[in-house]
Design a protein around this ligand. Structure first.
Ligand SMILES: *Cc1c(COP(=O)(O)O)cnc(C)c1O
Length: 421
């Protein structure tokens, strides 16, 4: 179906949207169009009460007994079980622990050790920097014996050869929103004997992912973006069951031990996914992550990930069409793929003048349309289908056109770069 060409059609779309009730599960400030849920998801309604209970009853009253009575000790696995269906995994292949970067370090070290004859970590030059920094840090720690081979996104398939130990790739690019074919690249990696680590930071909760069907090896992802787990939320990791015995990771903390409460001096890795845990889980953060994932799982009865994906594509199609109609000749260049299969859940435009791109985003934020700027020249708009409406995409495009046409961005207040963009 072509995107709406009148605002009334957007209102009709929203009225008929099977996912419409899900919007009520989030706290969305009046007058704000929130297009930054790919950076920090909004607050789910149930989260405040869950945290209050965890603080006041579980911690405040029941104290240390809550490790058993409130199931704190099992929390990383319990939340993993809630998340697993969203990424096509079995519950015992996932843990909700640590942060994306830390999980990546653990899995990258595990993967490299599983291919001792090979030297190359293959990744993308434009990958999210923390992924590259973690690979660089690991390599330094290993005495520089590895090679970090960085290629353009289009060149990944050709760069896979028998020197590659592991391909460390981000499925949806944070800048341009392009989406890689996870199953195809995984199969190509396996053909040359390489392992894969997928970063699902911009995929989990935004589009259907089927790690098991793709025979993916490892994956990590973020709790505070489309999973709405709150600032600095606990992240997740995935290890395919067939690797559970062979894979070991260097952060061999006590809670990854086979019997942590035996308190023996020798480390012995827990069987299964448990060895990928390091420390006592951050309970408050993980409870908020659980609330975020549970909130998203309310979509299960409303069409599930398939419905979320269909709506995400409808909203991004609509936004692209409206911006191209209203902003023609105003300096925006679409960098997000038009082809659905190659698009994540965001729309990005580049501008020749990076400072202008930054200021345009600031002017939009001042109007209550919250997107973000990504250096050097990208305006980025995330379309989380769980709570956004067609009318939001319509109105956001209208605001963008007004900011550009009136030169509203061109004022010192908007041209001054803040620490967090
Ligand atoms: C957001 C994001 C991260 C976040 O890493 P943290 O360790 O949680 O700060 C990692 N990788 C990608 C691709 C991301 O988009």
């Amino acid at each position: 179906m072509p995107p709406p060409t009148r605002r009334a059609e957007c209102l009709a779309f929203d009225r008929d949207d099977p996912l419409a009730p899900l919007r009520e599960a989030f706290v969305l400030p009046e007058g704000v169009i929130y297009l930054d849920g790919n950076s920090l998801g909004p607050l789910p309604r149930i989260t405040g009460e869950r945290l209050r209970d965890a603080v006041e009853r579980q911690w405040g009253r029941d104290l240390i007994a809550s490790w058993n009575s409130a199931g704190w000790i099992d929390l990383p696995r319990r939340v993993a079980a809630t998340l697993a269906p969203l990424i096509g995994a079995d519950a015992d292949e996932v843990l909700v622990v640590d942060t994306t970067s830390v999980n990546l370090f653990k899995l990258l070290a595990a993967a490299v050790a599983m291919r001792p004859q090979r030297r190359v970590i293959l990744s993308e030059r434009d990958n999210f920097p923390t992924d590259l920094y973690i690979a660089q840090g690991l390599n330094r720690w290993l005495g520089g014996r590895l090679e970090l081979r960085l290629v353009a996104r289009e060149a990944i398939a050709d760069a896979l050869d028998e020197d590659v130990a592991v391909a460390m790739l981000t499925q949806v690019d944070y800048r341009d929103g392009s989406c890689l074919d996870l199953a195809d690249i995984t199969a190509r990696a396996h053909r040359v004997g390489a392992l894969t680590i997928w970063d699902l930071a911009h995929s989990a909760g935004a589009l259907p992912v089927d790690l098991d069907a793709a025979r993916a090896d490892f994956a990590v992802g973020c709790g505070y973006k489309y999973l709405n787990g709150g600032p600095g939320a606990t992240a997740f990791l995935y290890v395919a069951r067939r690797h559970h015995d062979a894979a070991t990771q260097p952060l061999s903390g006590w809670l990854g031990h086979a019997a942590p409460f035996d308190f023996v001096p020798e480390y012995r890795p827990a069987p299964g996914i448990g060895r990928f845990q390091c420390s006592s889980p951050p309970i408050l953060s993980t409870i908020a992550t659980e609330a975020g994932i549970e909130t998203l799982r309310q979509a299960d009865t409303l069409g599930g990930m398939a419905a979320l994906r269909a709506k995400s594509l409808a909203l991004t199609d609509l936004f692209i069409a409206r911006v191209e109609t209203l902003c023609a000749g105003l300096g925006l260049r679409l960098v997000t793929p038009r082809e659905h299969a190659r698009r994540g859940s965001q729309v990005s435009f580049a501008m020749d003048d990076g400072l202008q791109a930054y200021a345009v985003v600031q002017a939009l934020i001042a109007r209550g349309v919250i997107g973000d700027f990504r250096a050097p020249d990208i305006l980025r708009f995330g379309f989380a289908p769980a709570y956004l409406r067609a009318v939001d995409a319509w109105d956001a495009a209208e605001h963008l056109a007004q900011v550009l046409r009136g030169g509203e961005w061109n004022t010192p207040r908007f041209l001054q770069r803040k620490a967090v963009t």
